[in-house]
Design a protein around this ligand. Structure first.
Ligand SMILES: NC(=O)c1ccc[n+]([C@@H]2O[C@H](COP(=O)([O-])OP(=O)(O)OC[C@H]3O[C@@H](n4cnc5c(N)ncnc54)[C@H](O)[C@@H]3O)[C@@H](O)[C@H]2O)c1
Ligand SMILES: O=C(O)[C@H](O)[C@H](O)COP(=O)(O)O
Length: 370
């Protein structure tokens, strides 16, 4: 069996080698010539799996180490006998960690609390549900908008987009990128969308860049409709809009799902799909685990105030990569390929907590000791 894999996928090297001929190629190095004799591909979102790439190949399975699959021409695959598999939910907790850490950074800068603010979540799937869980623990009120789910499951826990926009202090998008179907998400956040928001709201896009319209977002900011913008996903990335970069509060290069935990889960899920499809077994699969953090112990007494918030930001601080991106926006892709993948709270032990703090820390996912 021949596998061609993107060489920037973490925790993959050495695992499939005992039973497969696996070739690693640089990100974006997938060409018809390179993939023509492959049985399976392991790709990322930057590796476009188009009909042109696949037409002269014998590829039978494409696995992507991502949740999103808008880089795969699924219609072509399905009509040409090519099975494709994404990694549902693999990095959902990582995106939630990103969203809450970013919100905490902005709230701390403004001298505000997230407690009591209303968070409108658009798209309540794997990621949206994780965001809801974490935001609720920080005392936020949640509004959910998800028309496909409302249609399938009943309207009860959901609100219309209009209601969400009118009532939310903070709006966060967690939809797949789609141009077709009943609920397309291309430019979901457009001029009309922003005309309905609460003046001074905060807006987050950590799903796919083209879910917002850059021009409309800039105008909404200029008019004071949107006060704080958190962007992980950008239209036309890696060539991002410089004017937008200047006004965004937190700017990151599409790394929300990049926790080491999420990356390891994605790699494992891809290999499991290959096992199932080709009826093989990778004995070294159990070795696909994220490394321990450099400093896994958090002492709450090290913080003068906002102890839980600061403990959370110790696991991941979006301002670190934000500064690097602003310094040189042309490094967008480089920063993604040379990223220091953070661990999620479950990899950390927290000490010196009060009984009330202990319960909250445990619900967030930390190990509490002492
Ligand atoms: N920035 C990152 O690193 C990162 C990481 C993970 C996922 N993502 C993106 O986030 C997206 C969502 O991930 P997920 O795991 O939650 O996917 P999911 O499929 O589990 O959930 C998506 C939800 O969006 C809903 N939805 C679809 N169209 C909608 C619309 N027009 N309006 C409102 N809701 C709509 C669906 O019904 C579904 O419940 C992915 O497709 C991916 O593009 C980005
Ligand atoms: O869809 C996803 O899972 C995310 O956007 C993911 O984090 C993208 O990761 P990449 O393709 O850059 O490895």
């Amino acid at each position: 069996m021949k596998i061609i894999a993107d060489d920037t996928i973490p925790f993959l090297k050495g695992i499939a080698e005992p039973i497969a001929d696996i070739v690693y190629i640089p990100a974006k190095g997938f060409t018809p010539e390179v993939v023509k004799d492959a049985d399976a591909l392991i790709v990322r979102s930057i590796d476009k799996c188009t009909s042109e790439l696949l037409a002269s190949s014998c590829v039978r399975l494409i696995t992507t180490a991502t949740i999103g699959f808008d880089h795969i021409d699924i219609h072509y695959c399905e009509s040409h006998g090519i099975t494709w598999k994404n990694a549902p939910g693999c990095n959902a907790p990582s995106v939630a960690q990103y969203v809450l850490a970013s919100l905490l950074r902005i709230a701390l800068r403004r001298g505000e609390s997230l407690q009591g603010k209303t968070l409108g979540i658009i798209g309540v799937g794997h990621v949206g549900k994780e965001v809801e869980k974490l935001a609720s623990l920080f005392g936020m009120t949640i509004l959910r908008n998800d028309p496909p789910r409302a249609e399938a499951e009943g309207p009860e826990p959901f609100v219309s987009l209009e209601e969400l926009l009118a009532c939310a202090d903070i709006i966060t998008c967690h939809v797949p990128f789609t141009r077709e179907g009943k609920y397309p998400t291309w430019h979901l956040a457009d001029e009309k969308f922003f005309s309905q928001v609460r003046r001074g709201c905060w807006f987050i896009n950590s799903c796919r860049g083209a879910v917002h319209d850059t021009k409309a977002l800039l105008e909404a900011h200029q008019k004071g409709l949107v006060e704080e913008i958190i962007l992980d996903c950008w239209e036309n990335e890696p060539q991002i809009n410089q004017e937008l970069l200047k006004v965004v509060s937190i700017a990151t290069p599409h790394i929300a799902g990049f926790s080491a935990d999420g990356k390891a889960t994605a790699t494992r899920m891809c290999l499991e799909e290959i096992q199932r499809f080709f009826h093989v077994r990778f004995d070294r699969l159990k070795e696909v685990v994220p490394p321990a953090p450099a400093n896994p112990l958090i002492n709450l007494d090290a913080f003068e105030d906002h102890r839980i918030e600061n403990a959370f930001l110790q696991t991941f601080d979006p301002l670190v990569v934000d500064r690097k991106l602003r310094k040189d926006p042309s490094t967008f892709e480089w920063l993604r390929n040379h990223y220091d993948h953070p661990r999620e709270p479950l990899a950390y032990q927290v000490k010196q907590s009060t009984p009330a703090e202990k319960s909250l820390l445990q619900q967030i996912g930390f190990q509490v000791i002492g």
